[in-house]
Design a protein around this ligand. Structure first.
Ligand SMILES: [Zn+2]
Length: 282
């Protein structure tokens, strides 16, 4: 749905998949209970795979741009050895670069990293920024139980700060089997992962050690009113979790909280544009 009072909309939380990578990775990821069951049939699969289908939805829903990330619950490479993960994530980053090159006004490209090896992750980050022109980086909450505030990741955080690139932390699906019995890995598990990574980043002192990092986390829309009171519109970006989330993210924000027109424009696009260092029509 288009909203006449919101001239430009950037959806900061959208996903893509690739058939070949999906075939390699999905049986090792949360969507299949880490190989214990078949991936559930998805009516949205085509939309994950096809930039033109995404653009058709964007046009219908009044969304100008997708900040497009890989699908971490389908295509995470956490299971692979570092060299394999580097090869697979390079392919992911190249495919997204292709989407952004074909439709530069509709897609903002992002980087996925081989997190098993911090040096390889830094090298791919650098390639993603300098050669592919990507504007944000997708990080999991943890690597084999070590959360992102841990000092082992600080060289990567330093590289992220050096490139001044926005980070989107998106859980890959909690691994504890208890959450997979009733498919609670997504509804409850992802939020536990988000709380754990936020605690790790804060309590390990990362934000004091490396000031100026730009980090986005996922928030439930039901918590929006509280979030606005705490941090304000200039710290909140819109994200629908396309193609599995709601179809009218601007409408959901309007319903959840009363904002001035300036605040609404910031949330719909202004804050994201600043974070990504891109221009918007206003
Ligand atoms: Zn998502």
């Amino acid at each position: 749905m288009k909203h006449a009072d919101v001239p430009f909309v950037i959806d900061f939380h959208t996903h893509m998949l690739d058939e070949e990578l999906r075939a390699i990775c999905t049986s090792r990821n949360a969507i299949t209970g880490f190989g214990k069951k078949q991936a559930p049939p998805s009516a949205n699969l085509g939309k994950f795979l096809d930039p033109e289908l995404q653009i058709a939805d964007m046009d219908e829903r009044g969304i100008d741009m997708h900040v497009v990330f890989t699908g971490p619950v389908h295509m995470s490479t956490w299971w692979a050895d570092p060299q394999t993960a580097a090869k697979l994530t390079r392919r992911m980053n190249d495919i997204i670069a292709g989407w952004a090159a074909r439709y530069p006004k509709r897609f903002v490209g992002t980087i996925t990293l081989p997190m098993q090896d911090v040096d390889l992750a830094i090298a791919e980050l650098t390639r993603g920024v300098e050669e592919l022109g990507h504007k944000a980086v997708l990080l999991p909450t943890n690597v084999d139980g070590v959360y992102l505030g841990d000092r082992k990741f600080w060289p990567l955080w330093q590289a992220i700060r050096y490139h001044d690139i926005a980070v989107f932390i998106h859980p890959e699906g909690i691994r504890d089997p208890w959450y997979h019995k009733f498919a609670l890995w997504n509804s409850i598990g992802q939020q536990i992962e988000e709380a754990k990574v936020a605690a790790s980043i804060i309590y390990e002192g990362l934000l004091d050690a490396i000031p100026g990092l730009k980090i986005a986390c996922v928030y439930d829309p039901l918590a929006l009113a509280t979030l606005f009171k705490r941090v304000g519109a200039e710290r909140i970006v819109l994200g629908a979790d396309y193609p599995v989330g709601g179809t009218d993210p601007v409408g959901e924000v309007k319903e959840a909280v009363t904002l001035s027109s300036d605040e609404l424009r910031m949330v719909a696009a202004g804050t994201a544009a600043q974070l990504l260092g891109i221009e918007t029509r206003s």
